[in-house]
Design a protein around this ligand. Sequence first.
Ligand code: PRX
Length: 651
Amino acid sequence: MSAGNSGQIDSVMQENRLFPPPEEFSSNSQIGSFEAYQELYDKAKADPVAFWGELARQELHWFEPFNETLDWQEPFAKWFVGGKTNVSYNCLDSHLSTWRRNKAAIIWEGEPGDQRTLTYQQLHREVCRFANVLKSLGVVAGDVVSIYMPMTPELAIAMLACARIGAVHSVIFAGFSAESIADRNNDAQAKIQLTSDGAWRRGKVLPLKATVDEALDKSPTVEHCIVLRRVGNDPAMKEGRDHWWHDLVDEASDNCEAAQLDSESPLFILYTSGSTGKPKGIKHTTAGYNLYAKKTFQWVFDHKDEDIFWCTADCGWITGHSYVVYGPLSAGATTVMYEGAPNWPEEDRFWELIEKYRINILYTAPTAIRAFIKWGDHHVEKHDLSSLRLLGTVGEGINPEAWIWYHNIVGGERCPIVDTWWQTETGGIMMSPLPGAIATKPGSCTKPLPGVLPAILDPAGNPVGENQGGWLVMTHPWPGMLRGIWGDDDRYREQYWSKVPGKYLAGDNARVDSDGYYWIMGRIDDVINVAGHRLSTIEVESALVSHSAVAEAAAIGRTDEIKGQAIAVFVTLKEGEPSEEMRNELKLHVRKEIGALAVPDDVRFTNTLPKTRSGKIMRRLLRDIAEGKEEVGDTSTLEDYTALASLRDES
Ligand code: PRX
């Protein structure tokens, strides 16, 4: 359902099963009825600025109060202007004067089975220590810290330590290549690199430090590299530049006041793919993001103090930022972090963890759910999952069959499912059922959260009718929204605010049904969604074309049972012959240029690519071919008909 192709949309249109919130769930919820949701929604809609202002005063600690709730100079928003706060303070210090100081903040399990629990008090101490380490290396407010680490507590500690002193973190998912790290470091002008000797993945060691070494050769702004000992191997350490984490932390004081930061002080940059080859550094700032992550966490997961919450995302993605670290910790929750793969040592690892830690809320991706289905129900049924009370999904659409499986097999038919729609750019969840209030329909993210004002428009900017697909936009700023693209205001304006003037263009197609439920219908641009991760087809194409044998390449997303979309590429060679060897070489090349997550599933060689008369590659046609469709779409604009015949022969 994540790709907006019409066959899939039709199947979703027939989905009309309705799952009302279980009565017992509703009666214990913060927002326990549809009427309560509607009342809150209407209040927020009537005056969104006043609504968010009131919440910001209640939910965040203010060293100095703000004097203006929103300064909107389209497309640039400033929220809570004049206020001073600190995200690390809100996540840690605010709990230290309450009973939560000895509550588990992070429960962590490494892939080999090692475990650690950090209470709020302990986490606070570690964050203060590491903040002092950063300071000792000359990091000051506004400096960018690049983080390339495994899912260890130290990753969260590093993020919070940056937040504590006003440094800006840029977390790079540990599956990206040296090239990708260097690109991001250079774009952000990163000053410090954090990494580890390695990471565990399916029992093997990923040598993160070696990848970082290669990246740092091309990252001239990085002065120091701090290396966490995780796997115990023996990486090269460059004298003067590289430092062991434990050496620095051992000497650091655990006393570090949280800096009193401006509401709009940058908190982090997170790179994501857009419709061009160059990833964009999405910028989020302090107070608005913090409020949004906290409130949406509380609303959507109906958080209770005794809950153990597990979001399975990696902190290299926005979901990990907002719902592993910042949302849960500012709400005083217990958040679970797991380092490794879901199928290590066996395919039941997730269920084992849920049983072991008595996890109450599970938030994961449809791609994982589809893999679990394939691996078999027996892995789930082996474990006692009775602690679960709520399930969530994120990252791509969930097909109704997978939704029903999740509901029946994992949720034992008693747990509501929250299908949450949002983006790196939105900072937090925008549309989702509130589990005690809104009846769910498999495949629909249902309704906007309070304070979120979406619309669906045609390209001329007019609202479309019921059940008609159109562009999903936001008609009013919200506190969690991106504040721009790092260093590129023009691109920010152009990509998000120009196609429909004055409105935020999400880049997704959607429709609203007769009950006012939203159904996401896939991207409107060349961004594909592979296993819940965003990739631009142009990025993959640029990587391929940078190989000396490649003349031209076209990448498309084709439907894949497990990953939602898989990457298929069509390549014309300028030298060498099509062969299995060349195919593997090109896959390796993409892995080196971007990272493992971008390696094409299919590589097909062809003499020519199908193009329109104006020279545009006809991706739709390629998609039909990649999916093995007998009938390909409209070919009336095709420039060279022999291209089609040759493609079919080759494939
Ligand atoms: O196309 C939508 C899809 O993922 C895109 C955002 O990707 P990213 O910035 O990587 O963030 C993913 C995690 C928040 C969206 O534009 N998407 C995300 N959630 C859903 C979804 N599509 C359908 N249903 C969802 N629940």
